[in-house]
Write a protein that binds this ligand. Structure first.
Ligand code: F6R
Length: 246
């Protein structure tokens, strides 16, 4: 596990974008797993800057998002689909037919989940997946207690995740998500885990330096051979070791 600690949110976001840019330049048809949430907003802005400067071409890149609330119309302003178009896809040249996001509108959940896994397999698997981390250690929406062998499936969100992440007026309405499983994520050839701010310090310590346990799903990343952890100084605040990269 390669842990990089940056001064602040902006330099963390730049480092994450640089990592993805390097991979796309060396492999233009990269298969990329992508997160939503507050943490990657700066990362997407940096990638857009690269694109606008003519430094990156996304036309051959295939993307698979980690998760989507369920049930929820993709046009709903709080959907992860809406987030991805607003914050990234509308601003770069990713081909529409290479974008994949779990379908929060499906009434055939089991088929949708199986199809999602098959589409990833048909693309040759995920090359690089960028992850955020929940304060309870979730990756994607693999909440505490998720199994190592889990694949894309419908999950119940924990109370903690609903309170912290689902916008207030949807509290009590949205309590489920479709998410890639722990195994789906662990099968990605490379992983990048991003975290920012003091609220993530405790879980980053547990995930990186604590025991590998299903209670902290992100701790399983300790067993992945190619993980880059990109933190700002605040998120790294509870780590025993670690060196600041500027
Ligand atoms: C979202 C996702 C989640 C988030 C996590 C952190 O697609 O997979 O695991 O990465 O909830 O969210 P933020 O960045 O908002 O703290």
């Amino acid at each position: 596990m390669n842990v990089n600690i940056h001064e602040d949110y902006q330099s963390m976001s730049k480092a994450a974008a640089n990592l993805v840019a390097r991979r796309i330049i060396s492999r233009p048809d990269l298969v990329l797993g992508l997160p939503t949430g507050d943490t990657p907003k700066g990362f997407y802005r940096e990638l857009i800057d690269f694109y606008e400067a003519g430094l990156l071409d996304f036309s051959k890149v295939t993307t698979f998002n980690l998760d989507e609330y369920y049930p929820l119309s993709r046009d709903n302003p709080i959907s992860f689909t809406n987030y991805m178009y607003e914050r990234f896809f509308n601003h770069v040249n990713v081909s529409q037919n290479k974008i994949h996001i779990p379908d929060g509108e499906t009434d055939r959940v089991a088929d949708e989940c199986q199809d999602y896994e098959e589409m990833i397999a048909e693309e040759g698997g995920l090359d690089l997946t960028v992850l955020g981390i929940g304060e309870n250690g979730h990756i994607g929406y693999n909440e505490p207690g998720s199994k190592l062998g889990s694949k894309t499936r419908l999950v119940e969100l924990s109370e903690e995740s609903i309170v912290r992440e689902v916008p207030g007026n949807y509290d009590g309405i949205i309590n489920k998500a479709l998410t890639m499983g722990v195994k789906t994520i662990m099968n990605s050839r490379k992983l990048a885990l991003l975290a920012s701010g003091p609220r993530k310090a405790n879980v980053i310590h547990d995930a990186l330096e604590g025991p590998v346990t299903g209670d902290v799903p992100a701790s399983i990343l300790q067993l992945h051979p190619e993980v880059t952890v990109i933190l700002d100084r605040e998120a790294a605040g509870d780590l025993d070791g670690g060196e600041l990269m500027v």
